[in-house]
Design a binder for this molecule. Structure first.
Ligand code: 5GP
Length: 656
């Protein structure tokens, strides 16, 4: 798909976030023309009158130039279109004649292989007889006679018939795409090397390589019909590219206007353009299937390409910028920490190509060529979504969110001034410190790089259950522990209170002095802690590690404030959020436990759960809605079992 942009005449590419807040127009610089779910109407903003005038002016100029001189530098003469058409109908022209600028090449299209081998042979015999008659010296006449005798032999005739039949068959079944220029080059190179070879095999190979029916094909398995010829045309180096556009494989490219030129702006991974490697960013499109493109507005190019299917032949001026090949780029996997909807983003360069995602989604970033707009697939979409989508790059997203925050804060500050009048020095200072805290980079969540991790059989990941009080996580934990006590265990907590008679150090609690507890707490050795009746209680990372080392699964019930330290603890927790059901269902569940609750209390549980999801949802591996304790328990058990059978996404920082 080729994308296009509507207002390239007036708008230069802006740097990250620069246009934010500057009364940005909601136009797009690029345009996709054959997206599977084309939302082109969304992205289509008609050019302004001035732009239209300029376009018409360029088109008029172009038409005049064509009339005046059909062969000048950038011009494509009308017959070029015919040649292109011929070329697309008869790929042999491209194969046999890599250049197509000379008149003599046109005859190549008329070259045909005779369908009748007998007639061919007879013609050859006639020609040789004629040559023999013309020759004056007897030696040469004898030589020709020898050849004529050979041709007259029945064995030779049958061999020739077989050869002709095979040749015809080959020409029929050979791919319609051209032999690549690269293969020809290699072939010629080998031939040169073989010239000096004295060996029999060498000369045999040379004969084979000079056989006119030998065709080399770079990629036999390629589904798309692709052709690339680089040649001189009217003083310009132009490139002829043929691609197959199908419903399943869109072209996957965007175009923009650059003055009167239409230029390939972006090649999207997974499309025919990218797969072929023949269209590059910066290539100027001169013609598509013989239709002149220069002078057209990108919207027209979009409309034109919408109508075209099958083989598309592009005549291009290759980009002068040679870009480093990105084919072997490594894929980066990230977890999104924000929701993104391209239809709501005025800055996405091509809305149709934007990829929407939600907080917590895993995205496979396959190209960061454009640091502002990465190309990615959503996890699970790769197989049914051929084209990658555009997502904001990490720094770009960070920058624009920072800018957004700054502007919001400024607005708030201004509104504050408006309402409360002039502030004193102290108030201003306070606002300034809030301002810098709000724009602190930690406040802005973008993406976190992830990797797949499969827990070893002898080191199971701890399960951290989270949820508002009364959503059922304590109950689920109890059931897990009693269901399989050999499999699941709790971490023995620490306390500063004295042991009771039946208690043993290290079984019910690790009993510690207040000072040692406080030292460990300050050293960050506790995942969570609290005070109860003047005694300190807490769960240490060492206690959790002890359970892991014993081969059992440590089950923790935690508060969200423990998440940060848990994530940096190297314990690789699997975080499950236990969400409450609807208010009515929650009331029934609690009533079954003998708890009577007021509507406000139920509302409070649900509101707390919403807040937790809002603020920490991106850190949850999975959410289980507690519709009823049995179902929730079985679902939880299934998820925990899955950790043994399937690798899971974890932050790459955990694996360093
Ligand atoms: P007890 O001293 O009766 O064993 O426990 C009293 C209370 O201490 C418990 O009800 C609980 O609230 C708190 N507690 C027990 N273990 C822990 C722990 O590991 N962390 C925290 N924060 N509190 C605990």
């Amino acid at each position: 798909m080729i994308t296009s942009h509507m207002n390239g005449y007036v708008q230069e590419d802006s740097g990250p976030g620069i246009s934010l807040g500057l009364g940005q127009t909601k136009t797009h610089r690029e345009r996709a023309v054959d997206c599977p779910d084309d939302e082109s109407s969304l992205a289509k903003f008609p050019p302004s009158n001035t732009q239209m005038e300029r376009i018409q002016h360029y088109q008029e100029e172009l038409r005049k130039r064509r009339e005046e001189d059909g062969r000048t530098k950038h011009n494509i003469d009308p017959s070029a279109s015919l040649r292109l058409k011929k070329l697309s109908q008869n790929p042999k022209v491209g194969i046999d004649n890599p250049t197509f600028d000379g008149k003599e090449k046109a005859s190549a299209t008329d070259d045909t292989i005779s369908q009748d081998p007998v007639a061919d042979l007879e013609e050859l015999v006639d020609a040789l007889t004629w040559v023999q008659r013309c020759l004056s010296d007897s030696q040469s006449q004898q030589d020709v006679e020898l050849i004529l005798q050979l041709l007259a032999q029945e064995d030779f005739k049958s061999a020739y018939n077989i050869y002709s039949a095979v040749s015809q068959q080959m020409s029929r079944i050979s791919p319609t795409s051209a032999t690549t220029a690269q293969a020809e080059e290699i072939c010629q190179e080998v031939q040169k090397m073989l010239l000096s070879s004295q060996q029999r095999d060498g000369s045999e190979l040379r004969n084979l390589l000079t056989n006119p029916h030998l065709q080399a094909h770079d990629s036999v398995a390629m589904q798309e019909m692709e052709l690339e010829n680089v040649t001189q045309y009217g003083g310009e180096t132009v490139k002829l590219v043929r691609l197959e556009k199908t419903r399943d494989t869109p072209l996957g490219a965007t175009v923009r206007n650059d003055m009167d030129s239409v230029v390939v702006s972006r090649v999207v991974k997974g499309g025919a353009a990218e797969r072929s490697g023949l269209l590059s960013e910066g290539d100027e499109i001169l013609e598509i299937n013989g239709i002149p493109i220069r002078g057209k507005n990108v919207n027209d190019v979009h409309d034109l390409l919408q109508e075209m299917h099958g083989t598309l032949t592009f005549l291009l001026i290759p980009s002068s910028q040679t870009k480093a090949s990105t084919h072997r780029q490594t894929v980066m996997h990230v977890r999104a920490y924000f929701d993104y909807d391209p239809s709501d983003d005025p800055f996405v360069p091509c809305r149709e190509l934007g990829l929407s995602f939600q907080k917590g989604d895993i995205l496979h970033v396959i190209s960061q060529d454009d640091p502002n707009w990465w190309q990615a697939y959503r996890d699970g979409d790769e197989d049914n979504q051929p084209l990658a989508g555009l997502i904001p790059g990490k720094s770009f997203q960070h920058q624009r969110e920072t800018l957004k925050k700054t502007l919001t804060d400024r607005n708030r500050e201004q509104q504050g001034k408006h309402w409360y009048g002039k502030k004193n020095k102290k108030q201003r200072k306070k606002n300034a410190s809030n301002f810098s805290r709000n724009t602190d980079s930690d406040d802005i969540l973008t993406y976190e790089e992830m990797a797949l991790y499969h827990q070893p059989a002898n080191r199971k990941r701890p399960i951290a259950l989270l949820g508002p009080p009364n959503s059922g996580q304590d109950e689920v934990r109890r059931r897990l522990l009693s269901f399989e006590p050999d499999k699941f265990a709790v971490a023995v907590p620490h306390t500063t209170r004295s042991p009771r008679v039946h208690e043993r150090n290290g079984r019910e609690y690790h009993f510690a002095s207040r000072s040692s507890f406080e030292t460990d707490l300050a050293a960050g050795k506790f995942i969570e802690s609290g005070e109860y009746e003047k005694n300190l209680y807490g769960t240490s990372t060492d206690s959790v590690r002890h359970v892991i080392n014993s081969g059992r699964i440590c089950v923790l019930c935690l508060h969200t404030r423990s998440l940060q330290v848990l994530r940096t603890s190297n314990l690789k927790p699997y975080i499950i959020f236990i969400a409450p059901p609807s208010q009515e269902r929650l009331r029934t569940l609690l009533a079954a436990e003998g708890k009577s609750t007021k509507p406000e209390e139920l509302k409070d549980v649900i509101e707390k759960a919403r807040e937790m999801e809002q603020n920490f949802g991106h850190l949850f591996d999975v959410t289980v809605v507690n519709m009823d304790p049995d179902t929730a328990f079985h679902e939880l058990y299934r998820l925990i079992d899955k950790l043994d059978t399937e690798p899971q996404w974890v932050p790459t920082s955990w694996l360093c």
